[in-house]
Design a protein around this ligand. Sequence first.
Ligand code: ATP
Length: 438
Amino acid sequence: MTSLDTIISLAKRRGFIFPGSDIYGGLAGTWDYGPLGVLLKENIKREWWRAARQLPEGKTFSLDSSIISSAKVWQSSGHTDHFTDPLVECKKCKRRFRADHIESDKCQECGGELTAPRSFNMMFKTSVGAVEDESSTAYLRPETAQGIFINFKNIIDAFHPKLAFGIAQIGKAFRNEITPRNFVFRSREFEQMELEYFCDPKDADKYFSDMRDARMQWFLDLGIKKENLRFHDYAPDELAHYSKATTDIEYRFGLSKDGFSELEGVANRTDFDLKNHFVGYRWVGDDFIRSEDGFIPNVIEPSVGVDRALLAFLIDAYDEDELAGDKRAVLRLHPKLAPIKVAVFPLVSNKENVVAKAREVFDMLNSDRSSLITAWWDDIGNIGKRYRRQDEIGTPWCVTVDYQTLEDGTVTVRDRDTAKQERVAISEIAGRFIEKLS
Ligand code: ATP
């Protein structure tokens, strides 16, 4: 099992993720994404959008709602009263812990006595405008979903969709977690990918079960090993007050007793949210209007953190093996997720004609019209070292330009997983990579 420390250290060393506010001593629960982290997140999000827009039935609308939102949104949604975690404090060292995360009634840091649990609301409060009073209070959203619910009627009025249909959104969410920990698994600022699939209540059970399977398949298709994933179906007494059925997709992060923790939640949220935001409204015919007839659409919600998914992809892809007697670390990321698709090397960096030819190959790959290829230039150190660097960041292919290239227009293409090399004509390489990426 890959330790979290291995991943944290690789992520920092190779420019995926850095601690937030690092040079000023850090700010707990915040992380800054470096160049490779940005590319990896972008690829995860692209694959999520693709899946969200290719639902077998109905249509999916995209949304980008605001992060700062009226206090009224969170009163209606129930977050002001219920979005709380039980907090205990050590009477001696004043450290705070989530009551449901501790294993004894003594402080795990200093052994001091703990207070009784009290409710702690996790929403970040802020004030909008020049005057700070109760009417200026607003919140940073703790989930993107409510932005979708409050825009439900706007989407209906603009597009007149028939049920069933989805509204999807990717965006930042903020939670003042009592104990942010385990790297990007639990942070205070993170990104969510949420889809709300609205349907006739009579179809909700079927859509819930389809969604649950489709979301599991998404992770499998992107290369996560089957044995590291499982469903956790909630028992009736575990369900949130708004939910009729919930299943977590759990991944073996190695952070809990049996190793598995929530990666994504899929919930049947019934009519709870629409009922609270649009009091008196019902679906009649193909419209959503004030009425006593009709019904309130039910909603199926798959919700997953970009950062938590990224961590699962990193842990799952990390491997160590031996090549020609040398130990190497390799990220076996699915090519669609790999931040860099192909690295281009001139075999030697002091021969002008080899370097110029390599530049030509690099420029050709980098300007690829399909936008599927992200190319990277590296001319530092010997070829073996350059291969190792690319292996460690998950680059599926390396292209080396050498003296033979100048004679016959072929390059060496080396495969990350097998470390096998073959000679391929320059005119064929882009097409070959695009085929594997699409
Ligand atoms: P947990 O029980 O782990 O606190 P949750 O049940 O509160 O999670 P949801 O509200 O269902 O989480 O959020 C949906 C998804 O958002 C989670 O499955 C997870 O992927 C992600 N997520 C939630 N909280 C965080 C966080 N603090 N940091 C990173 N990702 C998060």
